[in-house]
Design a protein around this ligand. Structure first.
Ligand code: ZN
Length: 110
């Protein structure tokens, strides 16, 4: 039986890091005091797009992390959600929030 504690710890850490990042990005997008200078506003808008896509990626990862934590709770962390095979711990260490074994992941890519 695989020890889940280090995985849970890692995921909790990732989760709090990402939560902070998403909150920080949100705050940045809503930047309170709008600058009067038009050129500066334009570059701020460009910046917003970058922040937004960063924020989206972070939110997506946050969902995956929460999902992974749920899988830990239900004892399905090492079970491939597609074929039901056991996912090797080495893979979960590399991709702590994957839900597929390597075979299914490869199938999905094609
Ligand atoms: Zn599989």
């Amino acid at each position: 039986m695989q020890d889940l504690k280090p995985f849970r710890k890692k995921l909790e850490k990732l989760k709090s890091e990402l939560t902070h990042r998403v909150t920080a990005i949100d705050k940045d997008i809503r930047h309170e005091g709008m600058s009067a200078d038009w050129a500066e506003q334009a570059s701020e808008r460009e910046n917003d797009e970058v922040l937004e896509s960063l924020g989206n990626a972070s939110s997506e990862n946050l969902i995956r992390i929460k999902n992974a934590l749920k899988r830990i709770e239900s004892g399905e962390y090492f079970t491939c959600s597609l074929c039901g095979e056991t996912i090797p711990a080495a893979r979960m260490e590399l991709l702590p929030f994957t839900t597929h074994c390597i075979n299914c992941a490869e199938d999905l890519e094609h």
